[in-house]
Design a protein around this ligand. Structure first.
Ligand code: AMP
Length: 144
């Protein structure tokens, strides 16, 4: 994986406003915040996206997300928090080192939500749920 801007932050080659750090996880302010206090939580290992995250790294990362989300909420006084991770350029990922955005939110109408749609039929909904459930089952088999 080519070295990303976040790898440079981990290595101390460029500065960042760090707010939390463990052996495996780092959190720092996003340089272009949606709102002030917008924080990024990343694994220190060069993991590209959620699809290549191990179970152990996922545990460390989720614990850090919970800690930082709580701290951002209290420090900014935001009544709400969005936790977002863009995975793949089609989903808006620009830095290819896995990260979770912790975004303080003050008003639900300021950006709206992603537009939602409906399933064409109950059958379609059942079929898609089955496809995903089968995939989950096969992944657990693979890691046993
Ligand atoms: P994404 O579109 O999910 O890949 O988000 C990448 C995020 O990284 C953006 O919100 C950027 O503002 C942020 N970002 C890029 N460079 C830096 C940097 N040097 N320090 C902090 N945040 C950064």
């Amino acid at each position: 994986m080519a070295e990303t801007i976040f790898q440079k932050i981990i290595n101390g080659e460029i500065p960042a406003s760090k707010v939390y750090e463990t052996d495996t996880v780092l959190a720092f302010l996003d340089i272009n915040p949606v709102h002030k206090g917008h924080t990024l939580v990343i694994p220190k290992k060069p993991i590209k996206d959620i699809h290549t995250l191990s179970d152990i790294a996922a545990g460390d990362l989720m614990r850090a997300i919970v800690v930082v989300a709580d701290a951002v909420k209290k420090a900014t006084g935001a009544p709400g928090i969005n936790i977002i991770s863009n995975n793949g350029s089609e989903a808006g990922q620009e830095v290819f080192h896995l990260h979770f955005h912790i975004i303080p939110r003050f008003n639900k109408t300021e950006f709206g939500r992603l537009p939602h749609t409906k399933y064409e039929s109950d059958e379609e909904q059942v079929k898609i749920a089955q496809q995903i459930a089968d995939m989950v089952k096969s992944q657990y088999k693979e890691s046993e």
